[in-house]
Ligand binder design. Structure first.
Ligand code: ZN
Ligand code: ZN
Length: 112
Protein backbone atom coordinates (compact mmCIF):
# COMPACT_ATOMS: atom_id res chain seq x y z
CA UNK A 1 0.00 0.00 0.00
CA UNK A 2 1.27 3.49 -0.81
CA UNK A 3 1.31 6.21 1.84
CA UNK A 4 -1.65 7.85 0.13
CA UNK A 5 -3.66 4.60 0.16
CA UNK A 6 -2.76 4.06 3.80
CA UNK A 7 -3.91 7.58 4.63
CA UNK A 8 -7.15 7.15 2.67
CA UNK A 9 -7.87 3.87 4.49
CA UNK A 10 -7.21 5.64 7.80
CA UNK A 11 -9.55 8.51 6.93
CA UNK A 12 -12.30 5.96 6.19
CA UNK A 13 -11.75 4.02 9.43
CA UNK A 14 -14.18 4.11 12.34
CA UNK A 15 -11.26 5.29 14.51
CA UNK A 16 -10.90 8.43 12.41
CA UNK A 17 -14.67 9.00 12.33
CA UNK A 18 -14.69 9.01 16.14
CA UNK A 19 -11.67 11.35 16.37
CA UNK A 20 -13.17 13.63 13.75
CA UNK A 21 -16.39 13.93 15.78
CA UNK A 22 -14.37 14.73 18.93
CA UNK A 23 -12.43 17.51 17.18
CA UNK A 24 -15.53 19.09 15.65
CA UNK A 25 -17.27 18.98 19.04
CA UNK A 26 -14.20 20.52 20.73
CA UNK A 27 -14.23 23.38 18.19
CA UNK A 28 -17.92 24.03 18.87
CA UNK A 29 -19.10 22.44 15.62
CA UNK A 30 -17.84 25.38 13.57
CA UNK A 31 -15.11 26.23 11.09
CA UNK A 32 -12.25 27.95 12.95
CA UNK A 33 -11.81 30.41 10.08
CA UNK A 34 -15.29 31.50 8.95
CA UNK A 35 -17.49 30.05 11.73
CA UNK A 36 -19.85 28.16 9.45
CA UNK A 37 -21.32 24.85 10.61
CA UNK A 38 -21.68 23.50 7.05
CA UNK A 39 -19.41 20.98 5.26
CA UNK A 40 -17.01 20.60 8.14
CA UNK A 41 -13.73 18.76 7.72
CA UNK A 42 -10.88 18.10 10.09
CA UNK A 43 -7.47 19.39 9.04
CA UNK A 44 -4.19 17.80 10.12
CA UNK A 45 -1.82 20.57 11.20
CA UNK A 46 0.81 17.89 11.41
CA UNK A 47 0.90 14.39 9.93
CA UNK A 48 3.38 13.01 12.42
CA UNK A 49 0.69 11.48 14.65
CA UNK A 50 -1.55 9.99 11.95
CA UNK A 51 -3.04 6.83 13.49
CA UNK A 52 -2.69 8.26 17.02
CA UNK A 53 -4.81 11.38 16.67
CA UNK A 54 -6.94 10.63 19.74
CA UNK A 55 -3.89 11.27 21.96
CA UNK A 56 -2.86 14.30 19.90
CA UNK A 57 -6.02 16.30 19.31
CA UNK A 58 -3.92 19.48 19.26
CA UNK A 59 -2.70 18.46 15.79
CA UNK A 60 -6.22 18.76 14.40
CA UNK A 61 -8.40 21.76 13.51
CA UNK A 62 -11.97 22.03 12.30
CA UNK A 63 -12.31 23.82 8.95
CA UNK A 64 -15.15 23.95 6.45
CA UNK A 65 -14.57 22.47 3.00
CA UNK A 66 -14.04 25.90 1.48
CA UNK A 67 -11.54 27.24 4.05
CA UNK A 68 -9.76 23.89 4.11
CA UNK A 69 -9.29 24.01 0.33
CA UNK A 70 -8.05 27.62 0.51
CA UNK A 71 -5.71 26.73 3.33
CA UNK A 72 -4.04 23.98 1.33
CA UNK A 73 -3.77 26.01 -1.87
CA UNK A 74 -2.21 28.92 0.08
CA UNK A 75 0.27 26.55 1.64
CA UNK A 76 1.14 25.05 -1.74
CA UNK A 77 1.57 28.54 -3.22
CA UNK A 78 3.94 29.55 -0.43
CA UNK A 79 5.96 26.38 -0.95
CA UNK A 80 6.20 27.07 -4.69
CA UNK A 81 7.34 30.66 -4.06
CA UNK A 82 9.99 29.49 -1.65
CA UNK A 83 11.36 27.08 -4.22
CA UNK A 84 11.48 29.82 -6.87
CA UNK A 85 13.40 32.15 -4.58
CA UNK A 86 15.91 29.45 -3.78
CA UNK A 87 16.55 28.80 -7.47
CA UNK A 88 17.06 32.49 -8.26
CA UNK A 89 19.51 33.28 -5.50
CA UNK A 90 22.67 31.54 -6.77
CA UNK A 91 22.30 33.16 -10.23
CA UNK A 92 22.01 36.71 -8.93
CA UNK A 93 24.62 36.56 -6.22
CA UNK A 94 27.80 36.45 -8.36
CA UNK A 95 26.50 39.37 -10.47
CA UNK A 96 25.84 41.52 -7.44
CA UNK A 97 29.22 40.69 -6.01
CA UNK A 98 30.89 41.81 -9.23
CA UNK A 99 29.01 45.12 -9.24
CA UNK A 100 30.16 45.76 -5.69
CA UNK A 101 33.76 45.16 -6.62
CA UNK A 102 33.56 47.61 -9.52
CA UNK A 103 32.05 50.33 -7.33
CA UNK A 104 34.65 49.88 -4.65
CA UNK A 105 37.59 49.85 -7.03
CA UNK A 106 37.37 52.63 -9.68
CA UNK A 107 40.69 51.48 -11.16
CA UNK A 108 39.00 48.36 -12.53
CA UNK A 109 36.58 50.57 -14.54
CA UNK A 110 39.47 51.84 -16.65
CA UNK A 111 40.17 48.36 -17.91
CA UNK A 112 36.74 47.97 -19.48
ZN1 ZN B 1 -14.66 28.07 6.78
ZN1 ZN C 1 -5.87 19.85 5.74
Amino acid sequence: MSRKQQYDAHINSSYWKTVRKLVIARDGGRCLVCNTDKNLQVHHRSYKNVGNEAENLGDLSTLCECCHGLFHSEKAKRRREKRRQKKKAPKNLPLMAMDDRLDMNPASLGRI
